[in-house]
Design a protein around this ligand. Structure first.
Ligand SMILES: C[S@@+](CC[C@H](N)C(=O)[O-])C[C@H]1O[C@@H](n2cnc3c(N)ncnc32)[C@H](O)[C@@H]1O
Length: 280
């Protein structure tokens, strides 16, 4: 066993940040809703199907699928973190969805029968896994022949300034978030379409479609941007949570002018860029 347990570290931030993800759930879902809708359309859930969502967080993407499954179908909403799974459970109850089962599950160890699933969804999860190949092999094992996996991952950093500018302000103030953003489990580890194609090819998927999907996320003001991003952004948020208030203030002062080009009369609007991947 290796000394470092990257999945354990992810579980730790996931559990610590799940309260913030639940508080901001609607914002986080709506900001990239376009990607969620694309993913669900690719999987094309039918009444009676069993759909699996991996790394579901508070669950909203899967809930779009659950609405199409009827009483005879089932969404299995899963995440590594128990706090995220509890948030998903509450979300499903609030929406009155009684065809949703929420379970703690490491996507790299899918605990389901072979050929038991009609479609798999994963929004902003696969790139955070240190062993995405294991996750993909598991997906292929549980998917019924001919059915689809659709996932979304962040595109390159220069097209996602909403994250990179905050990291830049941290670095300028001498605080380095842990991990390599391009290495296994890093937020940009699957930003290259060729890397996704190679992984999918190795996992035995034959029909692979990679699309670039982009949009924008809007914030009413700098405080809203800071609050959301400093509370939900994985290891970055954990790092900020450890800082003293004068250190946080210094980062905010560095960051605010860096965001000027994204200021609008309504607040701030940042572009986002993702890869939507749909495979059979
Ligand atoms: C960036 S959040 C995305 C949440 C949600 N899918 C969304 O789009 O809003 C990443 C989620 O992946 C989960 N995650 C990371 N590694 C995982 C793994 N190995 N297995 C299952 N979930 C994982 C985290 O717990 C977290 O909830």
């Amino acid at each position: 066993m290796s000394e470092i347990d990257p999945t354990g570290q992810t579980r730790q931030w996931s559990d610590q940040l799940s309260g913030a993800w639940e508080r901001h759930r609607q914002f986080l879902f709506e900001s990239e809703r376009r990607l969620s809708e694309w993913l669900v359309d690719q999987v094309d859930p039918q009444v009676g199907d069993t759909i699996l969502e991996l790394a579901a967080g508070p669950g909203e993407t899967g809930f779009l699928a659950a609405e199409r499954l009827g009483d005879t179908g089932r969404l299995i909403s899963t995440d590594l973190g128990a706090g995220m799974v509890a948030a998903a459970q509450r979300g499903a109850e609030k929406l009155g969805l009684d065809n949703v089962e929420c379970r703690v599950m490491d996507a790299q160890q899918i605990d389901l029968d072979d050929d038991s699933i009609d479609g798999v969804l994963c929004r902003f999860g696969l790139m955070l896994m240190p062993e995405p190949a294991r996750a993909l092999a598991g997906v292929r094992r549980v998917l019924r022949p001919g059915r689809r996996l659709a996932y979304g991952v962040w595109g390159p950093p220069d097209k996602n300034p909403w994250l990179t500018l905050m990291v830049g302000a941290l670095l300028q103030n001498g605080h380095q978030p842990p991990g390599d953003p391009f290495g296994p489990g890093g937020p940009f580890s699957l930003a290259d379409p060729a890397r996704n194609r190679a992984l999918l090819d190795d996992a035995g998927f034959t029909e692979v479609d990679v699309e670039e999907l982009s949009g924008s996320m809007a914030f009413a003001d700098f405080d809203q941007y800071w609050t959301v991003q400093s509370e939900v952004s994985g290891p970055v948020a954990l790092l900020i949570g450890t800082l003293a208030s004068d250190e946080t203030e210094a980062i905010r002062e560095t960051l605010e002018p860096m965001l000027a080009e994204f200021q609008t009369p309504q607040g701030y609007e940042f572009p986002w860029h993702t890869l939507g991947v749909s495979v059979r």
